[in-house]
Design a protein around this ligand. Sequence first.
Ligand SMILES: [Zn+2]
Length: 1014
Amino acid sequence: MLDVYSLIPFDNPDGGVWKQGFDITYKSYEWDTEPLQVFVVPHSHNDPGWLKTFDDYFRDKTQYIFNNMVVKLKEDSRRKFMWSEISYLSKWWDVIDTQKKDAVKSLLENGQFEIVTGGWVMPDEAGPHYFALIDQLIEGHQWLEKNLGVKPQSGWSIDPFGHSPTMAYLLKRAGFSHMLIQRVHYAVKKHFALHKTLEFFWRQNWDMGSVTDIFCHMMPFYSYDIPHTCGPDPKICCQFDFKRLPGGRVGCPWGIPPETIYLGNVQNRAQMLLDQYRKKSKLFRTKVVLAPLGDDFRYSERTEWDQQFKNYQLLFDYMNSQPQLNVKIQFGTLSDYFDALDKADKNSGKSSQSVFPVLSGDFFTYADRDDHYWSGYFTSRPFYKRMDRVMESHLRTAEILYYFALRKAQKYKISKFLSSSHYTALSEARRNLGLFQHHDAITGTAKDWVVVDYGTRLFHSLMNLKKIIGDSALLLILKDKHTYDSYSSNNFLEMDLEQKSQDSLPQKNIIRLSAEPRYLVIYNPSEQDQNSVVSVYVSSPTVQVSSATGIPVEIQVSAVWDTADAISQTAYEISFLAHIPPLGLKVYKILESASSKSFLADYVLYNGKTEVKGIFNIKNIKSAEEGIMLENSFIKLRFGQYGLMQEMMNKEDGKHHVVKLEFSWYGTSNKKDKSGAYLFLPDREARLYGYTTLPFVRVMRGRIYSEVTSFFDHITHRVRLYNIQGVEGQSVEISNIVDIRKEYNREIAMRISSDINSQNRFYTDLNGYQIQPRVTMSKLPLQANVYPMTTMAYIQDAEHRLTLLSAQSLGVSSLKSGQIEVIMDRRLMQDDNRGLGQGVHDNKITANLFRILLEKRSVTNLEEEKKSVSYPSLLSHITSSFLNHPVFPMIEKVSSPTPQLLGEFSPLMSSLPCDIHLVNLRTIQSKVGHGHSDEAAFILHRKGFDCQFPSRDTGLLCSTTQGKILVQKLFNKFTVESLTPSSLSLMHSPPDARNISEINLSPMEISTFRIRLR
Ligand SMILES: [Zn+2]
């Protein structure tokens, strides 16, 4: 795709009736030998929330679509219909009678009704992490397997605002052979149409062979509505949308309404429509044409079914009866089209080779017209983008611990756990997270109250997940499992973080200390051994933390600040280094007691002071003229007097690097079209964030970690360095609490400027799964050079790579050599004319979390740099997992009697290899009823990484094994009863599926196995 971008002029000339394209001509004899084959594909696009909530859309529209479908498809077996969002189908399924259910099943069986993709939603492809993309696909496919017994074959993604190859990979791994995409930059569409490459095999950029190839159809025109799907001229196509017949609620904006078809006009109308189909066909390599027939929430009224199906049938009958027209036309589904196309491809005769080209790369950043680039939504409503990631780490942890606990509960017959409602709550959480992956949810492009609906669902499930995590952890860590019954009901283990409402930031709970020790149980969500800093709030600074066996550990006691300059008199933070087994739990004891192992943090305050110092040593200094330094054994940082980082020294090579951190503002264009929820239309380059006075800066130095916190009007900016030898010490943690609720049409960005000679190249990840190289192009407007970042972005030169790792999806760019800029929040007062009908001004106080990693690298071949593939280093991967999957501290609620706990729970025999990630261990539903089976989906990902980083003491506590894992060496406390390969979403089993004893994964591979543990 980068090559395509360098070829396209992006000059946007007027293409005539097809405004963004060109004139299409044909000779009438072109179909003499092989007739044109047209599939008219009726569909209805149902957003699970946008202008209305999911429930309201269902009540007002969607239920009627399904109800009418059952009646109207039965009337004529030639009629067809297609559906993709299982969230809606399952909601309807729950309220209908068996008669309707049987009708649906028979329509599926005879091919009149088809499920396409079959995910819980049609997900956005920029913001979601692949964990959630896979999870919502499994949820949909599992529902289909249980209730309908169907397996979708074709992907249908017509509305997401740009397309990611990650989706292509996941569909391929789920067993799909064909897919369709729609929202692609208009200039790219035109280029592809000119070269007849709108249909291609989409290949992953790291695939040296063709194993990841999936056939992809790109819709050629502006929209998926009927005016833009029958052919190039919307004025004509609109006349064949019979919902727009005169007298209805919608008309044709091009001025000419449709006419009801009858004997007197059928010849003329058929000619008109066929002309459009023929022109459309000229953009493709076969003589099969796909003509989608639908729009948002279509087919909700019976009259519409009649209008469309009856009029089209008359047109079909006429066309099919005229041999001189050389056309075969019918209603079809997406798979009908792809089947016919495959046949045509095979019969094309030339050779065994397909006529279709191969393409790699992605389709961001989308523009639908002019300079209207959809890069605003990469950041819109960032509060919820962060909450989504928090929810994902909770869901994954709950899934893994639940399955382990479930197996133990079954073994020990712990009825209280077995009869709990945990599985129901778990599946509800999967569905709420799935719903949020919808292309108007995580994107931040729904109405204010719909955003609240999504937030409330996430919040509700987050609370439930915490309970499942606590209860499962308790069962696993109890010495005597049978005593579980006496503790579970009062939620014995409580999460250390608490979120009070759907739109507030999480707060740490304060642990009330006494001379009686309380348990602190810590879960490591990583599949590798981990040394991680754990910080909790306690009620007294006189505190001791010891291991389960009573050996005290070194702790740092730091102040808790009620405001920027006021120290809390009731809470203290303690931090210590915990060593936790992979996917395991570790028990510590905490009590009020003097300890020789506790160290107070020291403070220096600049440009302000505090009156009450409490127990801490605090120095007040007027201004930081000499500069502020922070250092650990890997890194030394220098800050300017604003408390912003200016220089970073990597102790490994002793070189000083400019790594200058700044904030900046964007305004919006003063033209008619302005930035909104979708679009980023800046007035000009960003202006630096200005200061009238020096900000208050608080520097803290401690044994475990040190940090600099600067207080600006709109941002509380904190830079933290961990003084530990492991992975956590090798990068700089950055936390920004952003509040722009008083601003007007502004967006706030964080910019890192460095001396890295990156020129116009940079790299962003897609869905946390793969890296996409980018080139900043001056022929494109600023907003076109902004890309989605799910987990990381980096710049590099021959010697170094600077990576910004992110704990939430945001928009990122590299507008100048050496720079990375990330947009953190946006407040826009107006609609941007894409149907939402409002701006985005429901801003919350938002937490953004990042890490900066500077790595030395050795590149021998600079030409290699221009390749279309790049990988993070192993260190970068592990650092990213620290950010996205932090450890879970849980505190014992005061209880009596105090139970006996094990010192640790260690489910794995040893760390998984460094490059292997356990995506999920997801309990599979039972075949009957609403409960669970005793199997789980064991989903593994072998990450691709770059070896061009000098191997040094990276503190990694793992090694790599070329993707090989021996099944019998996996688990410690469990026996693997069975482990069989499966397709990604559990839809297919390979024909020779049997128990395997060794797992082999290729780099980048994500694979699902069915596992049963005992
Ligand atoms: Zn949509």
